[in-house]
Design a protein around this ligand. Structure first.
Ligand SMILES: NC(=O)c1ccc[n+]([C@@H]2O[C@H](COP(=O)([O-])OP(=O)(O)OC[C@H]3O[C@@H](n4cnc5c(N)ncnc54)[C@H](OP(=O)(O)O)[C@@H]3O)[C@@H](O)[C@H]2O)c1
Length: 312
């Protein structure tokens, strides 16, 4: 992993896709003085960029031919193939930076496709919304060709912090989607809390003022959980047990108030699978094993027969 700054220099870059994110990235490259060519499937979205100094290509083939560095900011994995398959010959000898959100396997597939056409491949996961691009909070995670990463740094660094995770092109999307998984689950928990206090007439804004510092303080627990998980030391001292962590009281309170319990039920299912397997006295972090082994075999208990999974 590396986050060393690169020497400032100029690179010609093509940005394919002028949705909200593509426009932000292209604007960042233009503002930094890199000769920038842009293309969008639907014409008419390049006006402000052209006014700022970008060149709009009439076709994707012209766009690809314009720069040794081609950045895809399209919708999804399928749109990358749809756009680039017909111009693979023009892409040969160039570097493709794929910033489209893809799964790790989709990124590896694109990297293999690129390799088979003589294209150098770098994958990227954007940890920012368009308004953050170029600002202090923006991070883009990369994996794939290290040489391409180093060479493209003058452009990449105009968008935010740039970190390279390794030659496996699937690593950046893996981190990207893992971080988003944590974020979405946290927001869903917040929404559930909003619904709970809302039954007493408390506004979401009031609740947010209390929830933000609480959740921020709780992130201090992550390192401790991580240490336990890395050592698989779920029986070690000082851990809050799974029995104690079962969110039954939160579920009951929600049911009493007539609320849906989907968010809590997901947490409860992870906890209960470990309790059912006989690990109720172990620490809460053991719930990660319910995710790692969705077909885990619950140990029989006197009042609860195994429900799912069968033999390993
Ligand atoms: N926005 C964010 O906050 C954010 C954050 C992180 C990552 N990302 C990722 O960045 C990528 C772009 O996001 P966005 O926010 O810019 O999306 P967007 O505003 O919906 O724009 C989508 C872009 O993809 C193009 N496109 C869609 N299907 C296509 C196809 N079959 N062939 C060619 N072009 C096609 C669209 O062109 P048309 O104008 O012709 O429809 C448009 O330029 C996505 O993969 C997204 O997951 C976005």
């Amino acid at each position: 992993m590396s986050d060393q700054p690169a020497r400032p220099s100029e690179r010609s870059v093509t940005v394919l896709g002028l949705g909200a994110m593509g426009r932000a990235l292209a604007a960042g490259a233009v503002a930094a003085g890199h000769p920038t060519t842009v293309w969008n499937r639907t014409p008419g979205r390049a006006g402000a960029l052209v006014a700022a100094g970008a060149r709009e290509a009439a076709s994707v083939r012209d766009a690809v031919a314009a720069s040794p560095l081609v950045v895809a900011v399209l919708l999804d994995h399928a749109s990358v193939h749809e756009t680039l398959d017909p111009v693979a010959d023009a892409l040969a000898g160039r570097t493709l930076v794929n910033l489209v959100t893809t799964t790790p396997e989709e990124s590896r597939e694109l990297a293999a496709w690129a390799d088979s056409h003589g294209v150098t491949y770098l994958d990227g996961g954007i940890m920012a919304v368009p308004g953050m691009i170029g600002g202090p909070g923006a991070e883009v995670l990369y994996s794939g060709s290290r040489a391409a990463f180093d060479d493209a740094r003058p452009v990449l660094d105009t968008w935010g912090g740039s970190t390279w995770f390794g030659e496996d092109p699937g690593l950046a999307p893996l981190y990207d989607l893992a971080l988003l998984a944590g974020m979405y689950a946290m927001f869903a928990g917040f929404f559930h809390g909003v619904a709970m206090v809302g039954t007493a007439g408390v506004s979401a804004s009031d609740f947010a003022r209390r929830a933000a510092p609480w959740l921020a303080a709780m992130t201090a627990e992550l390192a401790g959980y991580a240490d336990v998980i890395d050592r698989r030391d779920y029986g070690g001292p000082g851990q809050q047990s799974l029995e104690f962590s079962d969110p039954s009281d939160m579920v009951r309170a929600s049911e009493e108030a007539g609320l849906a319990t989907d968010v809590l039920a997901a947490v409860q299912a992870l906890v209960r699978r470990q309790i059912d397997a006989g690990h109720g006295a172990d620490g809460f972090a053991r719930a990660v094993e319910s995710i790692r082994d969705p077909a885990g075999t619950p140990a029989p208990t006197p009042d609860r027969a195994p429900t799912a999974g069968g033999a390993r």
